[in-house]
Design a protein around this ligand. Structure first.
Ligand code: AMP
Length: 355
């Protein structure tokens, strides 16, 4: 079991805002971070000890990067599996290749979840317009057609309102391999951010309640008010998934809560997660430090919040309001240093501590 010393080096595949916040948490604990990203001026590069600029397909560069650090992790789930495998051949990779492989394909992911006792909506794999129609017939409408791979923030998705609609939906998502999902009649969207250490210890932050707009996370409020049964089930689901994946690190588990308090897993993110940003100011050990601890082979920290919190994403021009947030009592502003503001782009977030 690899355990890093407090002057060790962690390599991160991906240099967006999640890599940036990981690097900042690592630095606080004495650790150096080496970022690997195709973009030279990526958000994480400006706070990391070192940055390697290369394509994920450049496996020689990945191998050299991995050999130069004590452990490698990733900050986004679309890192090509080949790059992750190469990294794993030259350094300890936490979490491993398996979690990445499973999370990259919605059909594989939902099959895996169901096989391990984590419930999801009913679904069908779809590879043609005809199959889309047949799946809509079988599952009923409304349903949601999504590309199997590379979807994020609601992209690559189409609502299917009638069986006839299904063919057009398949065209709308680019006629790519897809999944048709039954519509979850949820009353709330929740998420659990949980961590598993090298020794198998699991610690979970209390679930947060999430609101989306246009497929993008707008706000998380945590802890969500849950019945004891729902709280226990959320924890059971997170533990089940972490153990089944033999996972090391932080995972984000997105859940639908139904009217009767039961839960379905929407998707898993094998990394630190936007719905866990509230922990940065509400907990003694936030999700980024927790992930760094797990990757370093260190004991996990206390996930209990000191205060309830509300996290608001600053998307696109929302970030122009930065001065207002600086003046707001109880608000903590986080900006990601992105040079260019674009519509729909996550530019930062604000944590409001609810005392
Ligand atoms: P996803 O990219 O899969 O996380 O989906 C983005 C958002 O679409 C979710 O946060 C939900 O609000 C909604 N959504 C996705 N799948 C379903 C589903 N099967 N039933 C109802 N709503 C869904």
């Amino acid at each position: 079991m690899t355990q890093l010393s407090p002057t060790g080096r962690i390599g991160v595949l991906g240099g967006g805002q999640l890599g940036r916040m990981l690097a900042m948490a690592a630095a606080r604990l004495g650790l150096d971070t080496v970022i690997f990203d195709p973009e030279p001026d990526c958000p994480a590069s400006r706070v990391a000890a070192q940055t390697v600029t290369a394509a994920y397909e450049d496996l020689d560069a990945v191998a050299r990067f991995a050999a130069s650090v004590d452990a490698v992790t990733y900050e986004f789930e679309n890192v090509p599996v080949e790059a992750a495998k190469t990294a794993a051949a030259h350094a300890v990779l936490r979490p491993g290749v398996k979690a990445l492989d499973i999370a990259q394909d919605r059909v594989t992911e939902k099959t895996f979840l169901n096989d391990h006792g984590a419930p999801t909506v009913a679904f069908r794999a779809v590879a043609s317009a005809d199959e889309a129609r047949a799946a809509a017939e079988a599952l009923g409408v409304p349903a949601i057609l999504k590309t199997r791979r590379f979807g994020y923030d609601g992209k690559g998705q189409a609502v299917v309102r009638s069986v006839e609609d299904a063919g057009a939906a398949f065209t709308a998502i680019g006629e790519r391999p897809a999944i048709l999902e039954a519509f979850a009649p949820f009353v709330r969207e929740l998420s659990v951010i949980a961590a598993r250490a090298v020794d198998g210890t699991v610690r979970a932050y209390p679930a947060g309640e999430n609101t989306h707009e246009g497929g993008i996370l707008r706000e998380t409020r945590a802890p969500a008010q849950l019945s004891d049964a729902t709280r226990a089930e959320a924890l059971r689901i997170a533990e089940t998934i972490l153990t089944a994946l033999d996972y090391v690190g932080v995972i984000g588990v997105e859940l639908f809560e139904l009217e009767d308090g039961s839960l379905l897993v929407n998707e898993i993110a094998p990394r630190v997660h936007n719905t866990g940003h509230w922990t940065m100011d509400a907990c003694a050990c936030d999700q980024f430090e927790q992930h760094v601890r797990a990757v370093a082979g260190w004991p996990l920290g206390d996930p209990e919040p000191l205060v309830p919190a509300r996290m608001i994403n600053l998307i696109g021009s929302d970030a122009d309001d930065w001065e207002r947030w600086l003046k707001e009592p109880g608000a903590v502003l986080h900006l990601y240093g992105k040079r260019e503001t674009r519509e729909g782009r996550k530019m930062g977030h604000v944590n409001i501590l609810l005392r």
